[in-house]
Design a protein around this ligand. Structure first.
Ligand code: FAD
Length: 417
């Protein structure tokens, strides 16, 4: 059947593109990629803001510099980010013990003061809450690089896609990649999968690789017939989602301190996570006069729901508390909305600190002819771009093995007739 594909990959983020590439490299060329958005990349996404390219999603390449650290795109600025965060926390702790000398440090209690809340936020929300040793550092290297490249982090993805999809004028023109195709229904049986899209399209395949985020799996954007088994839906609903928002602010001139050791600054407030973590972009883009403030979870959802002008007003009030009344107003603001984007529904998966192997296994396990991939299916590197990348390889290898076994079964069935 010429209209039946071997595999349909749903989603063209890092995991979906990687999965399709591994299939192509192993001779499975009749693959169709259906992507809901009008672009590839998913949570790797750049935008022009204030005269430079900013990364709304993934921005740090973690795990560089070790013996396997081969990822080294041009135009990245190095940062001893981890150290800066640690020293900031130490300074806060010192300040807290001066202002609160009677504080009982022996018994750990819930954080109460603005400084305790700021430290708690940075350790648990801002940093990825991972137990030591951190797999990424052990397996790859301990350095982190901030992507500061006009072509964006997504340039890597385009380069990868161009190794197996045809291009014209530098753009992917291959008909095996279809953009603006929102998958709404997967009908699956012993014989194959039928994929329905929002625009009424129907596509048939032997197998599907589903790379949509855990947030999307938790909503009802995609219906399954027959429905997914109970163990699967329970596992999906047991995985937490982190919302992580970088708000960008452009200023007419710089009023914050710059130079070594002064890249980040922290605001302590009685409300946990209220405009706590700030970073200037002068190291990445000198003269850009851009500040980034990171909000998470409840605060992310709150600002997503209000107007950007309101967020700008709140941020300016915080900055004036820190730098005085005379600083200039921001001239522009950019507020990404990962939570309200129905193709994302959050920023990344957040497994319980002590990773429950069974939970990841169940989230990853195929259901009939539907295979699952994506950052959330990576046991060691969930939440990261390299988690998405490695999961794409894993899933395709598992599927190739399944296809090989199916072929064997069929040929032995044929022999017995
Ligand atoms: P996605 O990129 O989400 O790809 C899934 C694709 O499926 C998307 O393109 C989506 O549009 C598409 N899709 C969804 N629904 C449908 C549908 N119904 N039909 C068709 N297509 C659909 N990682 C790091 O390593 N370092 C960082 O510094 C970092 N920072 C981050 C900051 C933010 C703000 C965010 C949001 C993420 C960050 N991450 C970071 C995480 C990283 O971006 C992700 O782990 C990774 O990009 C996920 O890739 P993926 O392929 O699993 O999923």
């Amino acid at each position: 059947d010429p209209t039946r594909f071997s595999v349909i990959v749903v989603g063209a983020g890092i995991s979906g593109i990687t999965a399709a590439k591994v299939l192509a490299e192993n001779g499975v060329e009749d693959v169709l990629i259906l992507e809901a958005a009008d672009r590839i990349g998913g949570r790797i996404r750049k935008e022009q803001f204030g005269g430079v390219t900013v990364e709304l999603g993934a921005g740090w390449i973690a795990g560089v510099g070790g013996k396997h650290g081969k990822i080294f795109p041009s135009g990245v600025a190095a940062h001893s980010y981890q150290k800066a965060v640690e020293s900031a926390i130490q300074k806060l702790r010192n300040q807290e013990s001066v202002s609160n000398p009677d504080g009982d440090n022996e018994t750990p209690s819930a954080p109460k003061t603005p400084i305790e809340l700021a430290i708690d936020f940075i350790l648990h929300d801002f940093e990825m809450a991972e137990v030591e040793p951190i797999s990424t550092y052990v397996d790859f290297g301990e350095r982190e690089f901030l992507v500061a490249d006009e072509r964006g982090y997504e340039h890597l993805l385009h380069t990868m896609a161009a190794t197996f999809l045809s291009t014209s004028d530098g753009e992917i023109s291959d008909t095996r990649l279809k953009l603006n195709k929102v998958v709404r229904e997967l009908q699956h049986s012993r014989n194959g999968v039928s994929v329905k899209t929002e625009d009424g399209g129907v596509y048939e395949a032997n197998y599907v690789i589903l790379s949509v985020s855990i947030g999307v799996l938790q909503t009802h954007l995609i219906s399954f017939y027959p429905p997914l088994p109970r163990w699967k839906t329970e596992a999906i609903s047991n995985c937490d989602i982190m919302v992580y928002t970088k708000v960008f602010l452009k200023f007419p001139h710089q009023f914050w301190p710059c130079g070594p050791g002064k890249e980040f600054f922290i605001y302590a407030h009685e409300r946990r996570g209220y405009y706590t973590f700030w970073q200037h972009m002068e190291n990445a883009y000198p003269g850009s006069n851009i500040l980034v403030v990171t909000l998470t979870n409840g605060e992310s959802k709150r600002i997503e729901a209000q107007s950007d002008q309101e967020t700008l007003r709140e941020a300016m009030e915080v900055l004036r508390n820190m730098f005085g009344p005379d600083i200039p107003d921001a001239t522009d603001i950019l507020v990404p909305r990962w939570w309200n984007n129905r193709f994302q529904r959050g920023s990344y998966s957040n497994y319980p600190i002590y990773v429950n192997h069974q939970l990841v296994d169940e989230i990853k396990a195929p259901v009939g002819r539907i295979f699952f991939t994506g950052e959330h299916t990576s046991e060691k590197f969930s939440g990261y771009v390299h988690g998405g990348y490695l999961s794409g390889i894993d899933t395709s290898k598992a599927l190739l093995e399944e296809m090989r076994m199916e072929k064997e079964r069929k040929s032995s069935e044929n022999q017995s007739f």
